[in-house]
Design a protein around this ligand. Structure first.
Ligand code: ADP
Length: 417
């Protein structure tokens, strides 16, 4: 049986204005927010009081043999597998509910990460109409939107509170037409909604605002290039808090070299692959999404740490191609912005690989970028030297916190820290 959390705060189905009034009456300035990030076989969750994280966790291998990690890292909680029944998203959600119940946590709102939100420009309260949009966008990003939609459908009846969708595409909806338009026949683009959407928007937007805060710069006045380098990699050019261009496109396959994704390539290549090698579009899709990138280039691994520790020529080439593509994009985005004040590195590789950062930054002397080698080695927040014309930062991304902040914004609350 799946338990429902009954919140005594009784805010379900209230539109945000009424909710804000209720908040003013009840003094609810620190809403308790559950953030959910549902993947193809995992659920990441966190609970915030306002913008302070209370707890977090990760359930992996949901459909086979679920394991739960407290805080999302370290040793799995040994008894979790036996507690997550059945091995399904519903079972995982029930487990999360039990954990909240144990700690007497009553949630006021639930935030759902949704990768593709088509043309939606901001985080939005989930309604039947919004669900239809998310469903339609499933065609464009099936691997992400399908499990996310399933998560929303399970969570809606369980938490009778406002549910908010926070989209990875929204931040990039500000891009100008010249950046999001592909040079293909217009009828084709409009029939299949083909344009650059861009992804990782929650992360790009979060690190942009964090960097402005750390550098004491008003967001409106800043030109910044943010590099999200994890398993998936993307880069964004941001001016005055708005995305001007980004490397991922119609799908998250375009742009930088990634763990297993090819990134940019001549559009004739998939056609040739279909003609001569792989017979079906699905096979080509599999090769470009799962067998390419660092993994395909190195023949070793999708993990840059394994490649860095190898002395094989293929490993060296993989690193060369990865860094060269990134260096080219930074140059292109510095041109698109007509100058850049700050460059930010984030996500697994961006936050941890001093080696990759140094290789990339050492090719940016034409922009007046000067690295502080010591700060870089110790992953400090600012890794450029004071004499650098461009400030270079390492900012740990925090998508859950960004989702909590967005939820507070949508509900019209002013959360106190
Ligand atoms: P995801 O995109 O799945 O959220 P992450 O942001 O966690 O991925 O990044 C995962 C990648 O980060 C790994 O594949 C690895 O290449 C890289 N990474 C993680 N830790 C380190 C480290 N200490 N040094 C270099 N690279 C690292």
């Amino acid at each position: 049986m799946i338990h429902t959390i009954h919140t005594t705060r009784g805010i379900s189905h209230l539109p945000s204005q009424k909710y804000a009034k209720k908040q003013a009456r009840t003094g609810l300035v620190k809403p308790t927010i559950l953030t959910l990030n549902v993947g193809s076989s995992s659920v990441k969750y966190a609970v915030f009081s306002g913008t302070t994280m209370l707890l977090s966790g990760l359930i992996e291998k949901i459909l086979t043999k679920p394991v739960h990690y407290n805080g999302g890292i370290g040793e799995p909680v040994s008894s979790a597998s036996s507690l997550i029944h059945p091995a399904s998203y519903a079972g995982a959600f029930q487990y999360i509910l039990q954990r909240l119940n144990q700690d007497n946590i009553l949630v006021d709102a639930v935030a759902h990460r949704v990768v593709h939100g088509e043309y939606i420009k901001q985080s939005t309260r989930i309604t039947p109409a919004l669900l239809r949009v998310i469903q339609r966008a499933t065609e464009l990003a099936p691997l992400h939107n399908k499990p996310e939609l399933e998560g929303i459908r399970i969570a809606l009846p369980l938490f009778k509170v406002p549910h908010i969708a926070v989209f990875d595409t929204s931040f990039h909806q500000a891009m100008p037409a010249k950046a999001y338009t592909y040079a293909i026949p217009r009828w084709l683009a409009s029939k299949y909604r083909i344009r650059r959407y861009g992804f990782h928007g929650i992360s790009h937007s979060y690190v942009f605002h964090e960097a402005c805060r750390i550098l004491h710069k008003p967001p409106k006045a800043v030109k910044m290039i943010t590099c999200h380098l994890g398993n998936g990699c993307s880069i964004a050019a941001i001016a005055g808090g708005k995305s001007v261009d980004t490397s991922m496109g119609y799908t998250p396959l375009e742009g930088l070299v990634m763990g297993t994704r090819a990134g940019d390539l001549d559009p004739a290549i998939p056609v040739i692959m279909m003609k001569h090698h792989a017979s079906s579009p699905n096979k080509v899709d599999g090769i470009l999404n799962k067998e390419s990138g660092l993994k395909g280039l190195s023949g070793i691994s999708n993990d840059i740490r394994d490649i860095q520790s190898s002395s094989s020529p293929r490993a060296k080439l993989a690193l060369d191609v990865f860094c060269y593509r990134l260096i080219k994009y930074i140059g292109a985005y510095a041109a698109a912005l007509n100058g850049v004040d700050a460059i930010v590195f984030t996500a697994g590789i961006g936050e941890n690989s001093a080696y990759i950062r140094e290789r990339v930054i050492s090719s940016l002397s034409y922009l007046g970028v000067v690295l502080d080698g010591k700060r870089n080695k110790s992953n400090e927040l600012i890794i450029s030297s004071p004499k650098s014309k461009v400030t270079v930062c390492v900012i740990p991304t925090n998508e859950s916190l960004m989702m909590a902040k967005e939820t507070i914004k949508v509900l019209g609350l002013r959360a106190k820290k």
